[in-house]
Design a binder for this molecule. Structure first.
Ligand code: AVI
Length: 320
């Protein structure tokens, strides 16, 4: 525990380093080659993602921000006074600003695996909100969700925006929502964003923007691996593929090899045949009913749901 300012405390849970080489080698040599979406987010990838959120086609970020702007008062009335807002995977802590301004909670507790990102964003935040105690926690998702309840400040509202929940597969999602239930604790609540099912053309456009930013974001995962693992993906001969899979109710992103390529990963030689697709991301789309059901299965009681007039996106409030 380190006091970094009058209203800023830093807790380092020392998230365990993962063996990236072993993990990537295993997932790329699987029968269906895949990469975990976390590999999108190096510095370049985070910048590309921010750029995606400003495109005409990518509606989720803007729509959710509009819902928060319009309904933060309604949501607060449902919640009563807010002691602590906790945000797993808070990143740059931008979205929460509106809630900090309008709700003036006692405390904000971002949980973030990237130490640098956490330090930078909470330093700025602590200056902008001198009356809010900022408890910055450096932890991975697993650690964050299994913190002992009695070590945490009470009256917690867990904030999980962006439909990041859609990037978890159904079984992972069940476990993760249970983890959020634990993090919220007795008397706590969850405010979470979920992207909605809609016509495929709209969804396909959102993941194939005309400027090619989503393509660059997807391909950057390979640049990231090339840099971090000193390997040699021929990125120029890989193609971004993204489409809505209506049976699975998800957008799938893949990287398709346009030429046979040999890849050296540590001691391992890997052949990727032309036409091979590396599955890099799922982004599940929900109905208000299906998502509400998932919240209930994780032990929550639904308290409210807000959507935009075009039914693009939903914000859900649930109590523990
Ligand atoms: C972070 N996550 C909610 C985004 C999504 O829409 O699934 C990631 C993304 N992938 C492509 N574009 C944006």
């Amino acid at each position: 525990e380190q006091q970094l300012g009058p209203n800023l405390t830093f807790y380092d849970l020392h998230p365990p380093a993962t063996d990236m080489l072993a993990e990537v080698t295993q997932s790329l040599s699987a029968a269906r080659p895949h990469l975990h979406p976390k590999y999108f987010y190096d510095e370049t990838g985070s910048r590309l993602f921010d750029a995606i959120t400003t495109t005409e086609e990518y509606y989720p970020t803007r729509t959710e921000a509009g819902l928060l702007e319009q309904y933060s008062g309604d949501i607060q009335r449902q919640l009563g006074a807010t002691g602590t807002i906790a945000e797993p995977g808070a990143g740059s802590c931008q979205k929460v600003r509106l809630l900090l301004e309008r709700w003036a909670p006692d405390r904000y507790m971002p949980l973030e695996i990237s130490r640098d990102c956490l330090l930078q964003s909470t330093r700025e935040l602590s200056l902008a909100f001198p009356d809010i105690q900022i408890s910055a926690v450096c932890a991975d998702y697993c650690q964050a969700l299994s913190l002992p309840s009695d070590s945490l400040p009470g009256g917690r509202v867990v904030f999980f925006p962006g439909s990041t929940i859609g990037n978890f597969d159904p079984e992972e999602r069940r476990q993760f929502l249970r983890g959020l239930h634990h993090l919220a604790g007795p008397g706590g609540a969850l405010l979470i964003g979920a992207d909605l099912q809609k016509d495929s053309a709209r969804l396909n456009a959102a993941y194939n923007d005309a400027q090619g930013l989503t393509a660059a974001f997807n391909l950057n995962a390979l640049h990231h691996l090339n840099r971090a693992l000193n390997c040699d993906f021929d990125v120029a001969n890989m193609r971004h593929v993204a489409f809505y899979n209506p049976e699975a109710q998800r957008i799938e992103m893949h990287l398709e090899c346009l030429k046979d390529q040999q890849l050296k990963l540590g001691e391992c030689q890997l052949t990727l045949k032309s036409g091979t697709r590396i599955h890099t991301e799922n982004s599940y789309k929900f109905s208000v009913e299906s998502f509400t059901r998932e919240l209930m299965e994780a032990g929550f009681t639904p308290r409210g749901c807000w959507t935009d007039p075009d039914n693009l996106f939903s914000l859900h409030l649930a109590s523990t």
